[in-house]
Ligand binder design. Sequence first.
Ligand code: TXA
Ligand code: MG
Length: 319
Amino acid sequence: MTETLPADEAAIARCAALLREGGLVAFPTETVYGLGADARSDAAVGRIYAAKERPRFNPLIAHVADVGAALGQGVFSAEAARLAVAFWPGPLTLVVPAGPGCTVSALARAGLGSVALRVPAHPVTNALLRAAAIPVAAPSANRSGRISPTTAAHVRLDLQGRLDVILDGGACSVGLESTIVSCLDRPTLLRPGGIARHMLEAVLGTALAAPARHEAAVPVAPGLLGSHYAPRARLRLDATSVRAGEAVLDFGGQLAEAGVASVDLSPTRDLAEAAARLFAALHDLDATGAAGIAVASVPATGLGVAINDRLARAAAPRP
Ligand code: TXA
Ligand code: MG
């Protein structure tokens, strides 16, 4: 049985207790909804993989309430500390060497000597993490390969019956997963996300390195793109016109023709607005049953890099 509860004080307290007891709780963050479990417990973390039907045990992000809690888990280089202070709480994940005080389980870290840490900015997440007072492992609350959830309803559609409680805190404001930076060596961008690269580089005073292919959370060559965020409908990227039977995912009013259904991510070409709407738009257009979705081009600058990454994955050939 899965209950959905409005994220009030009582529900947050109950979910914090559930997490401490090894339960599975979906909760809102500023990026996407997370499927959370006690990161210290292999058994609890194992339930996440089972619920998501993840084919592989890839490492998960451990969410903590504040910078102090993060510093207790990892070893922060001067650069990692600069990024933490500048962007936490917020949509940034830092991969750092696990510290002597690290309590994140081997399963959540996939056996690695490093740990991925994030301090979310959403008030509900923060209240939950403070009340639970444990690191919470949380990938996006969707079945493996499906579109990431930005509302409680999206989580219900995908995972109903597979977790204990869905904490409903409304729609996510950023709408894209966190940016992941590895600080094991030179700071390296592993996944574009809710914080644009130039903002990170402004704080660091240097360019972020590109990942070696084997450590890339995001494969760079289109042929290597894993199929993720996959709607049932086929996506046709950089469309300049609409074909019969297609739904339309527009940006800045480029595709004037009305398709089966149409969403403009941002009529004013605001990339933050487009990011916040992206996954909900894919969910909605897919629900129309259209065979294909014509997708207008989105500029690959700032948050547009992460938007294009998610679109490319949604359009990638299925396994
Ligand atoms: O916005 C987000 O980051 C969301 C919300 C719920 O916080 N979470 C999320 O988690 O996207 P997940 O599990 O889908 O993303 C984890 C990513 C994976 O791509 C994984 O490869 C990378 O983080 N990762 C985790 N630990 C790592 C490590 N030790 N080294 C390298 N990459 C790591
Ligand atoms: Mg995900």
